[in-house]
Design a protein around this ligand. Structure first.
Ligand code: SAM
Ligand code: SF4
Ligand code: SF4
Length: 339
């Protein structure tokens, strides 16, 4: 396959795609899908609006020629999408994608499912965890399923021999839990990723006062654990640190305090086939219509080329530089665009 690496207006390449396979979820995390908004009246996408697995593979094949080599399946809750293992198998057998990962809340990840996902070629799983305290978990997410989530983490360690754990840290809500989480997983082959609470979407009542910066967390963690900063990886959203006395590592995703827009190499594909060049884009490019209306691959490729080569997004950086100015754009929900 001929690869014609593409760059945007700030010379940023494109090599990573996050694919949301559904906008639905069986959880209602307050920072993502607050229960009072995402209730029985909420209008989720209809089945016929979703990209089929064949259509997703067609998009992936089209974008591979521009340098795409890494994919994360997400949502909503990706394990709610029926037969997701078939999509994983198709991507792994029909494309040249090197790294295929999945982010899940873990509640539906049984041992059998994990083994199946591994067999069909999934490379890595990230599981989201709020805390180890059932009371805090229920407060953050009334539909939380503590036991299954923790079981899923150990199942992933067993089947994949490695797990990434995402923890969105909210001030005075679950920040007291970080030490317990590190203690609990310190001897496992895991990466504990502490994420600053982000101002994504319009419904999660984000407020800067609810954010704990990575810098503050690192200072706190250093008082108890020996940690050493690893070499930064170009294009990575997280900064990794080694826990010197233990097997696990910790990582910090500082989207609010230290935005990484300058090296942002990722695009997002929503479950209904809209391509977004930024988590905070207000407009998605309708690839579903393009591929349903045209069997010719060059139509998709020409469109993508014009989208990426004119990309100018730097939302988090601009917000960070203009702390006193409220950026007023209608933001898209994380559960739809794919976290
Ligand atoms: N349902 C799956 C899960 O929770 O892992 C996948 C989708 S979820 C939207 C992907 C990731 O986004 C999760 O790790 C979640 O914690 C994170 N996330 C959601 N809302 C966030 C927010 N406001 N700030 C930071 N991270 C957020
Ligand atoms: Fe669902 Fe994941 Fe959002 Fe929680 S973070 S509500 S599990 S999509
Ligand atoms: Fe990338 Fe947009 Fe996030 Fe900046 S704000 S890192 S451009 S997704």
């Amino acid at each position: 396959m001929l690869i014609n690496n593409i760059t945007d207006k700030y010379n940023r390449p494109f090599n990573y795609l996050r694919i949301s396979v559904t906008d639905r979820c069986n959880f209602r995390c307050a920072y993502c899908m607050p229960k009072e908004i995402f209730d029985s009246g909420y209008k989720f996408l209809k089945k016929h609006d979703l990209l089929s697995f064949e259509e997703i593979v067609r998009v992936v094949k089209g974008l591979e020629s521009f340098g795409l080599n890494k994919i994360r399946l997400t949502g909503g809750e990706p394990l709610l999408r029926k037969n997701i293992e078939k999509l994983i198998h198709k991507i792994k057998t029909k494309t040249n994608i090197k790294h295929l990962a999945l982010t899940t809340n873990g509640s539906l990840l049984t041992q059998k499912k994990a083994k199946l996902l591994r067999e069909v070629g999934l490379d890595e799983i990230t599981i989201s965890l709020d805390s180890l305290n059932p009371y805090i978990n229920k407060k953050l997410n009334p539909l939380n399923d503590d036991k299954n989530v923790i079981d899923a983490i150990y199942t992933t360690l067993d089947v994949f021999n490695f797990v990434k754990i995402n923890i969105v840290v909210m001030k005075n809500i679950n920040d007291s839990e970080i030490f317990k989480i590190i203690h609990n997983f310190k001897d496992t082959n895991s990466e504990l990723r502490f994420i600053e609470f982000m101002d994504v979407g319009e419904t999660n009542r984000w407020d800067v006062d609810k954010v704990i910066t990575s810098e503050d967390l690192i200072k706190k963690i250093k008082k108890t654990f020996n940690i050493k900063k690893s070499h930064p990886v170009l294009g990575a959203t997280s900064q990794k640190w080694k826990l010197l006395d233990y097997k696990a590592s910790v990582a910090f995703i500082s989207s609010i305090s230290k935005p990484f827009c300058n090296t942002c190499n990722r695009g997002r594909l929503s479950a209904d086939g809209k391509f977004y060049t930024c988590l905070f884009s207000t407009h998605g490019n309708d690839l579903l219509q393009v591929i349903r209306n045209s069997p010719k691959d060059d139509v998709l490729e020409n469109l993508f080329s014009s989208i990426w080569s004119t990309r100018l997004d730097k939302y988090s950086l601009i917000r960070n530089l203009n702390k006193n100015i409220k950026i007023k754009i209608p933001k898209i929900e994380m559960s739809y665009i794919g976290g």
